[in-house]
Design a protein around this ligand. Sequence first.
Ligand code: S3P
Length: 177
Amino acid sequence: MNLVSNIILCGFMGTGKSAVGQAVSKELGLTFLDTDRLIEKRSNKSVADIFREEGEDAFRYYENKLVGELGYLKNLVIATGGGMILSPGNYAQLEAIGIMILLRATPETIFARIADSRRRPLLSNSDLKYEIEDLLAKRSPIYDKIKYKIDTDSMDIRQVSQKVIDIYKDYYELSRY
Ligand code: S3P
């Protein structure tokens, strides 16, 4: 079994990956990396602007490139963009460098949480509820491959973070044998 060094938070938009990742990294003394924010920093524009000006393929290219660079890094808590692990190559590379944990929520919860969907170019907002249900249904078979899952619907950030830490500690203990 691999010795775990990175925690990789995956899941649909609005499942709390960034907020939870920040809290977990603080608690465990690890470095936080948010893939969307790093891509924005590198491009000097927002994810929404990248989608609008360069297209989704360009954004996915930036994501894939970033995943390729992560293999050298350790002791990170990584909040992935919601579509990052849909690429089998990204999934495999991320799986190899740490423990993947899926944050889940029902479409209703996601709908309630995504107040500002202008930041989320894949959701046009014409029928937000339907768009969430549709995209989530399409992606669920991939998300559900992840072994460690946390249903976040009735939990706050602190509670989800504690679950992540428990999973990490259990896995870390196990990986020492
Ligand atoms: C995307 C999710 C977004 C961002 C981009 C595409 C997706 O990140 O990477 O808009 O394909 O689900 P969050 O999951 O952090 O919102």
